[in-house]
Design a binder for this molecule. Structure first.
Ligand code: ADP
Ligand code: ADP
Length: 225
């Protein structure tokens, strides 16, 4: 069964704009997929709904087999914190805080003690190729390195799915490739990854590409990478 399942999801905003017009999408455990579409096609809206940051106007959303429609907001937050990792275009790292503690803070609400969070953070940084940067603060790191810290922060809690929203949008192409390589490595090691992008070159990093246009899924293609 899919880890994320959207059925006939419609989203109409308060001003009458319909951003999603009946989206059906299944994300399976272990997949690396890209959701690709032009500006205004509904990607952010879809990310917000898949990420339990917003609710659909109609249709069904389930995460790990659980229909989330009936859950109160605080329960959605709890599910989101434990099951979903996010990486955004902006790195969203804490200024003046070491890479290790930025990543350890990714599990702040997990109940895991600090020493264990730091141990796992060191391992997550190792996985993104930053095992030699643990005590560096964000301003001492390149953009690509900062984004890899953000990736480590998102995966340290071992989320059921990792959403990367335009993860290379702030990076030069060499750093962007490094970040995509890291996402591919995490995928190879078992992490479920969905990349949201308007760039076909970024989408090409994924083995499955879901095309979205005018609030609808218009293509869904699996290919070798
Ligand atoms: P809602 O209207 O469903 O409560 P929000 O609280 O997210 O939605 O947004 C409030 C208002 O801000 C919207 O109704 C809209 O007028 C405006 N808005 C926010 N983001 C956008 C956007 N990306 N495109 C157009 N309008 C936007
Ligand atoms: P994308 O991420 O692909 O650019 P969005 O989901 O941001 O697409 O936007 C899809 C459509 O919904 C656009 O027409 C946009 O202006 C509109 N939209 C997005 N957010 C809001 C909002 N909060 N309120 C009203 N309209 C919105």
């Amino acid at each position: 069964s899919p880890i994320v399942h959207l059925e006939n999801v419609v989203k109409t905003y308060g001003n009458g704009t319909t951003a999603l017009r009946g989206v059906d999408l299944k994300i399976f455990t272990g997949e690396l997929l890209a959701i690709v579409g032009p500006s205004g096609s509904g990607k952010s809206t879809l990310l917000h709904i898949m990420g339990l940051l917003d609710r659909p106007t109609s249709g069904r959303v389930s995460l790990a087999g659980q229909d989330v429609a009936q859950l109160p907001d605080r329960e959605l937050s709890r599910l989101r914190a434990s099951l979903i990792g996010f990486v955004f275009q902006q790195f969203h790292l804490a200024v003046g805080v070491s890479a290790l503690d930025n990543v350890a803070d990714g599990m702040l609400y997990s109940g895991v003690p600090l020493s264990e969070r730091r141990r796992r953070a060191a391992w997550a940084l190792e996985r993104v190729g930053l095992g030699d940067r643990l005590s560096h603060r964000p301003h001492e790191l390149s953009g690509g390195e900062q984004q890899r810290v953000a990736v480590a922060r998102a995966v340290v809690k071992e989320p059921a799915v990792l959403y990367a929203d335009e993860p290379t949008g702030n990076l030069d192409s060499a750093s962007g490739s490094e970040v995509l390589d890291v996402l591919r490595t995490l995928h190879r090691d078992g992490t479920t990854v969905a990349i949201i992008t308007h760039e076909h070159e970024v989408a090409d990093a994924a083995e499955r590409q879901v095309g979205i246009r005018d609030g609808r899924v218009v293509t869904d293609v699996r290919r070798g990478t």
